[in-house]
Design a protein around this ligand. Structure first.
Ligand code: PMP
Length: 286
């Protein structure tokens, strides 16, 4: 049984409790982060905490703990659960003032709820899907307008994964005005010639922590990066496609709506970026 963290306590998962009036439960009034663990160490931890703080600020939500305390909780959960490779999920909600009301509770009297738990994933970085590549379908992006805030409103992305499953694919890329915003739980990229193309940062997409690291490493490796929107048709005609996220790292995409991308196999750019990202991230892990 896992040991999880709830508001200051480390507990067996079956004993962890949150109020039914918690605004995360009633209103999706909460934000989250997922940090991967490789070899017992945290990948891109500072990036995830910086984004968490930004999400909280954008929603006028109180910070539940400072950086050093959050680092300590992450490390303690890794230790208590014996995590070699896996993920740590962190969620902060606006808490509960003991009733349901659209108006935010007074932050002076209502504490945020802080929950963390681990997911053990032995061999996380050696996912066979990375050797095969994944298949995606295009779906309409009907999410709200502040996708840069990492809220727990994940119903539509979850429905998108189900649509993909039903279509015999692995994931979905969401499309707005003919252009790809992002994957259901990852950022989307194409490669044409020697250029890597990915949508520019705005309120339309989540500012992926893996995206930032991968683009930095690509530029350091003298690869050309273009941050702009691309259409789903442009993607289907690309040489390569891939996605990035904290849990999938760099994952090649080999098919979009049944159309093979390039040779229909993971391409050299995605493969190289995955290697570079994993190597550099392991070195910088804390
Ligand atoms: N976009 C969306 C919609 C996501 O849910 C995620 C994963 N949390 C990402 C992009 C990738 O972000 P990161 O690299 O920080 O995991």
């Amino acid at each position: 049984m896992r040991t999880v963290y709830v508001n200051g306590d480390y507990l067996p998962e079956t004993e962890a409790r949150v109020s039914i009036f918690d605004r995360g439960f009633l209103m999706a009034d909460g934000v989250y982060e997922v940090t991967s663990v490789l070899g017992g160490k945290l990948i891109d931890f500072a990036g995830h905490i910086a984004r968490l703080e930004r999400s909280l600020r954008e929603l006028d939500m109180k910070k539940p703990a400072v950086f050093d305390d959050l680092l300590e909780i992450h490390r303690e959960l890794v230790r208590l659960n014996g995590i070699g490779d896996g993920l740590i999920y962190l969620q902060v909600t606006r808490g509960s003032d003991g009733d349901r009301d659209f108006v935010f509770p007074d932050p002076e009297t209502t504490e945020p709820t802080l929950v963390l738990f681990t997911q053990s994933k032995p061999g996380l970085a050696d996912n066979p899907a990375a050797r095969r590549g994944i298949k995606v379908i295009g779906i309409e992006d009907i999410r709200w307008g502040r996708r840069d805030i990492k809220t727990v409103q994940l119903l539509y992305p979850s429905m998108g994964k189900m649509m993909a499953q039903k279509a015999g694919a692995d994931d979905a890329w969401m499309i707005e005005d003919g252009h790809v915003t992002e994957g259901t739980s990852n950022n989307a990229y194409i490669v044409k010639g020697n250029r890597i193309v990915t949508r520019q940062l705005s309120h339309d997409i989540l500012h992926g922590i893996t995206r930032a690291a991968v683009l930095r490493m690509a530029r350091e490796a003298q690869m050309q990066v273009e941050e702009r929107a691309f259409s789903i048709d442009e993607a289907k005609a690309a040489d390569e496609a891939f996605v990035t996220s904290a849990s999938a790292f760099v994952m090649p995409v080999v098919e979009i709506d049944g159309v093979a991308i390039g040779e229909g196999r993971p391409g050299p750019v995605a493969t190289r970026l995955r290697e570079i990202y994993l190597e550099e991230s392991r070195k910088a892990a804390i």
